[in-house]
Design a protein around this ligand. Structure first.
Ligand code: FMN
Length: 319
């Protein structure tokens, strides 16, 4: 083993350390003015299982040092592979690192980022001198793991994203023998996304005493103008909503539709409610889209349209 060259020691040392591939985290806390603080750190590591302890270290020159030394705790967000831009955002000194980040304050009062591969909420238990860094040891109060590939850092750069052609798609985790499935089962993911994304509107409808079938009926009418009641029933049945015989009477009594002979039409009040719900959906749509690149979104749209085409050849257009 050759002796380190004093002239190039710092660079050689850093390069040698860079051979140790790590994940990347963003550690957040609050400063004494209750302003959110965050830094990108790859020095995170596990320390102890019992009690559960982790560590990370921060350069003494970091602007955020006083906040971590005095706040009493922090949240460690282990980043997912698509979060390299966020990592860069928190690695640049700035007064407003949380710009454009939809963070919230979690129970311990420290900032919680919307996305991560894993989260460790910690109480600061020890702070050690470590040369030009301070080593923070945190006791893990609680943690969460998501099924996302981690962001990796190696030799001063993010590890290459997946090489072309390589995919993560495994056999769906369905076990017919014992009647179970894992959370990479595509149909489970599709129905769960549908359930979660339609929840705000379902909730808003239920708050004003509208059933899901009634809401569907209103939306079909809002999009189509006047329709024969039997036509509405046929479209509703394709969505899995079987209307009862009084549905149109009820909607008329609630002043949400008007009826004439065998046809129904949305009323002004019905349209206002529909527009209100549509704006709820639109704002959730915008929130969700912020988390994806244009390419990911375009692939997702193609994917979902194909699923709809493949599985619904005999279902008429609903709207
Ligand atoms: C991938 C990556 C990992 C980093 N890891 C650390 C680290 O473990 N400790 C550290 O002090 N700085 C680390 N940095 C640099 C800090 O994120 C950066 O200097 C930050 O701006 C310091 O915070 P400040 O804004 O409070 O000064 C890392 C940067 C990158 C890009």
């Amino acid at each position: 083993m050759s002796k380190p060259d004093p002239g190039t020691f710092a660079k050689d040392f850093r390069n040698a350390l860079g051979q140790f591939a790590t994940g990347v985290t963003i550690v957040t806390t609050m400063d004494r003015d209750h302003k959110p603080v965050g830094v990108t750190a790859s020095s995170f590591n596990s320390v102890s299982l019992d009690p559960p302890l982790i560590l990370w270290s921060l350069a003494k020159t970091a602007n955020s040092m006083p906040a971590y030394q005095n706040s009493g705790g922090f949240n460690v967000h282990v980043l997912a592979s698509h979060q390299d831009n966020l990592s860069n955002q928190f690695a640049r000194p700035s007064d407003d690192k949380f710009r454009g980040v939809d963070w919230k304050s979690c129970e311990n009062g420290f900032p919680l980022l919307p996305e991560y591969a894993a989260l460790f909420r910690c109480k600061t238990t020890f702070q050690y001198e470590g040369g030009d860094h301070i080593i923070f040891v945190g006791e893990v109060v609680d943690f969460e793991r998501k099924d996302l590939p981690p962001l990796l850092f190696h030799s001063g750069r993010y590890a290459d994203k997946r090489t072309k052609g390589e995919t993560d798609i495994k056999e769906p985790g369905v076990n017919l023998a014992d009647g179970t499935f894992s959370n990479d089962f595509l149909l489970y993911l599709i129905s769960r996304s549908h359930f979660q994304t339609s929840n705000p509107v379902r909730q808003a409808a239920s708050d004003i005493g509208l059933s899901e079938t009634e809401y569907f009926c209103i939306s079909i009418l809002a999009m189509n103008g006047e329709l024969l009641e039997e036509e509405i029933i046929s479209r509703l049945e394709h969505t899995g909503h079987i209307p009862d015989s009084d549905i149109f009477g009820r909607l008329e009594r609630k002043a949400l539709i008007t009826r004439e002979r065998q046809s129904a039409k949305i009323s002004e009040q019905g349209r206002n409610i529909f527009v209100e719900f549509l704006s709820l959906s639109k704002s959730l749509d915008e929130q969700i889209k912020k988390h994806f690149t244009p390419e990911e979104l375009s692939n997702a749209i193609t994917f979902l349209q194909k699923v709809i085409d493949i599985t619904g050849t005999d279902i008429p257009e609903l709207w």
